[in-house]
Design a protein. Sequence first.
Length: 123
Amino acid sequence: MNNDKKVAKADDLNWHQSVWKVVSEIPPGHVLTYGEVARLSGMPRAARRVSQAMRRAPSGVELPWHRVINAQGKISFPEDSSGWKQQKDLLEAEGVVFLKGRINLDVFGYRGAVDRLLWGEEL
């Protein structure tokens, strides 16, 4: 393997680790979009790579994968899939509310999480 490929693999691993850290710190009852995770991980134009990074987490790393959704506030799995149902069930168990298949990102997204951390549960 040449040095360029080694550097690229190391860069990928570093970025994947950043994604894992960001995702692991999403508080229960809140979500981030793939784009927000990418931005907070240092690669703002890499939203499509976030799920790839999460899939590559080592088996011992427990990620709250269900707290990552698309920019429209929707689950990215097809609605008739078991993954969609599992993700929705996990989010609802944490208190996330769906209205017409969407999550209100102002309430349950990044800003909502920061507001709750600063001001407490009642807004």
